[in-house]
Ligand binder design. Structure first.
Ligand SMILES: [Zn+2]
Length: 311
């Protein structure tokens, strides 16, 4: 199946997606729904994590229940996304509204798993894809919990760092130990310095004990760097800061609040950085510095050039 995909990707890059053979199309028609369903099932567990971890509740002890009346959710109402649609977003017992957050997290997880699947080789049984899906799931939890509570649970960041071990020894991620160590330091150290200095400045001005960049964000970037390497971290951070700036301006003008969580935007940046960051950095280096790439593989950038009429 892997050869099948490789050939499909190669063909696509050389001649455009229209030339793909029937069997390649069939392969994706069969595999993408499987990955998506897997994603929405994982997503419904992530909902539980996002709600319960900040409250200090057990993840497994109590069955899913309505947040208003406490009624146990029936087995047939546990189907991700679809149950919410069938119930029209209301509890079967008390009729109270169920937050649209649940189906949104579920379908987001499904879509991102499919994106991971397409970007990372199109092979269902690959360790690389599994690690990337765990990474995606952790980022979804971190992002939503930070959005809700302005707090990042460092244990989740450490779990991301732990992914670096199987990624380094068991997959062909192509990162050296130095790539990973530089990745861990290149963003977190500037973040740490900015955080410390802004903390001192804010304390002098207002007496409050807040930092411009919280320690949780710094730890997250260090751990992610260990897993992704520096080439992915640079665009990831750039995208994260850009999104935070844009959304910060919007939130401030709509709500008038200036304090906001940085984590969700960093998570979005990290996701995009994990998918396309290394290629972007490679392409940037190759173009800007005139460095020829040895054995340039069929990747996002090459595909993009061939997909878009840039030639
Ligand atoms: Zn209820």
């Amino acid at each position: 199946m892997y050869q099948m995909f490789q050939r499909a990707a190669l063909l696509a890059a050389q001649t455009g997606w229209r030339e793909l053979r029937f069997y390649d199309a069939l392969y994706f028609c069969l595999t993408i729904p499987v990955v998506f369903i897997y994603g929405i099932v994982v997503g419904s567990f992530l909902n539980v994590v996002i709600i319960r971890v900040p409250r200090g509740e057990s993840l497994i002890k109590r069955a899913s229940h309505c947040m208003t009346c406490g009624a146990k959710i029936r087995i047939r109402d546990l189907i991700p996304v679809f149950s919410w649609l069938f119930l029209r977003g209301k509890c079967h017992n008390c009729g109270e509204k169920i937050s649209a957050r649940y189906p949104i997290v579920e379908s987001l997880t499904g879509l991102l798993f499919v994106a991971d699947f397409l970007v990372f080789g199109g092979e269902i049984l690959s360790l690389n894809l599994l690690l990337m899906c765990i990474f995606t799931a952790l980022l979804i939890c971190i992002g939503f919990i930070d959005w809700d509570t302005q707090d990042i649970y460092d244990i989740m960041s450490y779990l991301i760092a732990a992914l670096a071990i199987p990624s380094h020894f068991l997959t062909d991620a192509g990162l050296t130990v130095w790539d990973r160590l530089i990745g861990a330091a290149c963003i977190s150290i500037p973040f740490l310095i900015i955080g410390e200095i802004s903390g001192i400045v804010i304390k002098k001005k207002t007496g409050e004990k807040v930092r411009g960049i919280e320690l949780g964000d710094t730890i997250l970037m260090a751990c992610a760097g260990l897993y992704l390497g520096w080439k992915a971290m640079l665009p990831a951070t750039f995208i994260g800061i850009l999104l935070a700036a844009i959304c910060g301006i919007i939130i401030k003008s709509v709500k008038g609040e200036s304090k906001m969580a940085f984590g969700p935007y960093l998570c979005m940046g990290l996701l995009l950085g994990a998918m396309f960051g290394e290629e972007l950095t490679n392409a940037y280096l190759a173009k800007g510095l005139g460095i020829p790439e040895p054995g340039y593989p069929v990747d996002f950038y090459t595909s993009l050039i061939h997909l878009l009429p840039l030639r």
